[in-house]
Ligand binder design. Sequence first.
Ligand code: THU
Length: 148
Amino acid sequence: MVKALAPDVRPIEELDKRTQRLVKLAMKARKKAYAPYSKYLVGAVIVDTRGKIHAGCNVENANYAGTTCAEQAAVVKMVSRGAREIRRVVLVTSSDEPVFPCGFCRQIIIEFGPHAEVTTVNRRMTQFAQSTMDELLPAQFSKKQLHS
Ligand code: THU
């Protein structure tokens, strides 16, 4: 059996102070989540390449398929403000352990941040894990393919 490559899970105390501040902002965004169906609240913070911060939360819909993920909401906010390049994504989910963006969000993030760094924190804010979009979505399909 092939062993899945899981990034290291580390205690939150090992996270640098600047990232801890971003985690707090993601937690603030998470509190705004509209998730009456799954009860799974997610907050996402994007730092663009100019250092500006864009936060988003998940917004569910009674038809389920109309749900917007927190990462997607943050990307839409960033783009609507005129920014186009993602440097970092910081996420707080509702899981007991740190989890990374869903596959759909990975595709959305790489449009603007193919090499972005991703930090994710568990619900209780006791643990984190870090990775990069290259690692999370290898063999990316992106604008490069459309223009080749
Ligand atoms: N969700 C996110 O916001 N981001 C993800 O990366 C995974 C899932 C949301 C969608 C839905 O509202 C809830 O979490 C359960 O899937």
